[in-house]
Design a binder for this molecule. Structure first.
Ligand code: ADP
Ligand code: ASP
Ligand code: MG
Length: 447
């Protein structure tokens, strides 16, 4: 069995869905389980609709039209999505009445995108001769915690999926079409797994059923050397290790959801990133180990809008006490740290922009340290064979010097595949372009 996951751009309209059906047909012998995202930009449109409902405007016209248009063009009976569209409309009316939106309701609202998509696609596939059945992820066991908008999958999901679909391998009578991105918590509330969460759905499903391969179909020829929206000449990378893929997703490469690689990695299931607009291209294969690896760098990523916090001990505590206290404060304030550098009396960390209460964090830290908080920073991360770190660093510093880019903190992750440093947000693009040129565009680059 294999997993085939199609992102929003792959199922954006009727023509794209027809194309996806052709791709699925090529793999029917491998018994695919298909995961899909919402069609095109439906998730953004749902978020916009709910913002409008909050100020009294209830309209799902655009969402309705795009889904009805697709159904019509695919010759699919609209009755398979009508009840959902009515439910969505009632929900938006409720929001506009109470003029309040909890994160729980927000997740319920955005869940409609994926639920509409699987119903249309499954109906169309069945018509074209691929017998298919649509599932909302919770119907096959997807259970998460209640951290609405960024929920984590609970371990019990794995055996629940097996209870529901465990026999499918030997008794494969239909192609399951499963909603990406969504789950339910133990109280039955709908949750979402964070933006881009369909990648995670695919990986969890693949790990639970121990499939042969997880394919994620996107609109690019695989994982590229950097974000193509910054460097249009970025090139696809043939192979990436699980560890590298996990780090690049975590450190900002938008191509994969940050937590999506871990389930596949735990079961050693290869993940193939492919382009539904160019299916003949081999894409990127993510696997445990890369043979004959001579490349210095694999991918350059960046994460903008992070906060840099410098914490200098006031020496009220000894060194052990100081480090312990600082991390205890992060723990109590539920703040997670991306990058870290320490000396005997100081710690520098980066936090993402989602810290709930920066004032309270600062107040707690100031009980034991002098604290400086700097906003609008970017983490630039170089993913690759960091066994050659001195060569990479020498070249990097030369590029930064030539381009007069100021570096504010450097850290080499314990993962051995990641070197990260901080620059100002305003210099991030210049930095990525210059490094890409030096490392990927010309081995003798005149940077
Ligand atoms: P999907 O919706 O199919 O999951 P996404 O839009 O989430 O697709 O991810 C693909 C997009 O990620 C690409 O169109 C590209 O703009 C962006 N991207 C950012 N960094 C990279 C990278 N290093 N390699 C490939 N794509 C990247
Ligand atoms: N539809 C969701 C989003 O736009 C999930 C996904 O695309 O993976 O974030
Ligand atoms: Mg995505």
């Amino acid at each position: 069995m294999i997993i085939m996951k199609f992102g929003g751009s792959s199922v954006a309209d009727a023509d794209r869905i027809k194309h996806v059906a052709e791709i699925i047909k090529l793999f029917v012998d491998k018994k695919p389980l298909v995961v899909t995202s919402a069609m095109g930009k439906t998730t953004d449109k749902l978020l916009h609709a709910v913002e409008q409902a909050l100020v009294g405007n209830i309209s799902i016209d655009e969402i309705k039209e795009s889904h009805y248009a697709a159904a019509e063009k695919l010759n699919v009976d609209k009755s398979c999505i009508e009840p959902l569209l009515e439910e969505l409309c009632r929900l938006l009316s409720g929001v506009s009445l109470i003029k309040e939106l909890s994160l729980r309701t927000r997740d319920y609202l955005v869940s409609f995108g994926e639920r509409l998509a699987v119903r249309i696609i499954a109906a169309y596939l069945s018509q074209t001769g691929i017998k298919a059945k649509a599932f909302d992820a919770w119907d096959i066991g997807f259970t998460s915690n209640s951290n609405f908008t960024d929920s984590e999958i609970l371990d019990e999901t794995y055996h629940r999926i097996n209870d529901c679909l465990g026999n499918l391998g030997s008794d494969y009578a239909y192609t399951p079409l499963i909603t990406g991105f969504i789950a339910k918590d133990v109280n039955g509330n709908i949750t979402t797994l964070g933006r881009g969460g369909s990648d995670l759905t695919a990986s969890v499903l693949g790990a639970a059923l121990n499939v042969d391969e997880i394919q994620v179909w996107k609109d690019v020829d695989g994982i590229l050397t950097t974000d193509p929206r910054i460097v249009s000449s970025a090139k696809p990378v043939k192979n990436v290790s699980f560890e590298e893929a996990s780090e690049l997703a975590y450190f900002g490469a938008k191509v994969l959801h940050p937590r999506s690689i871990l389930p596949a990695m735990a079961k050693n299931i290869p993940v193939r990133v492919k382009n539904s607009y160019n299916p003949d291209h081999e894409g990127t294969l993510i696997l445990s180990h890369i043979e004959n690896d001579s490349e210095l760098l694999r991918v350059l990523t960046f994460k903008k809008h992070v906060t840099l916090v410098d914490i200098v001990s006031t020496r009220m505590l000894g060194q052990y006490g100081f480090l312990a206290k600082v991390f205890q404060i992060f723990d109590e304030q539920e703040v997670s740290v991306d990058m870290l550098a320490t000396s005997e009396v100081s710690i520098s960390v980066t936090l993402d922009s989602k810290v709930r209460d920066m004032d309270s964090l600062r107040a707690e830290l100031e009980k034991v340290a002098r604290v400086t908080i700097k906003n609008q920073k970017t983490i630039v991360t170089m993913i690759g064979n960091v066994g050659h770190s001195s060569e990479i660093m020498a070249k990097t510093f030369e590029v930064l010097k030539q381009n007069a880019i100021n570096v504010q903190m450097i850290s080499q992750g314990a993962s051995k595949v990641n070197i990260s440093f901080i620059v100002d947000d305003s210099e991030a693009e210049k930095c990525i372009k210059a490094l890409h040129k030096a490392f990927f565009e010309n081995s003798q680059a005149d940077f």
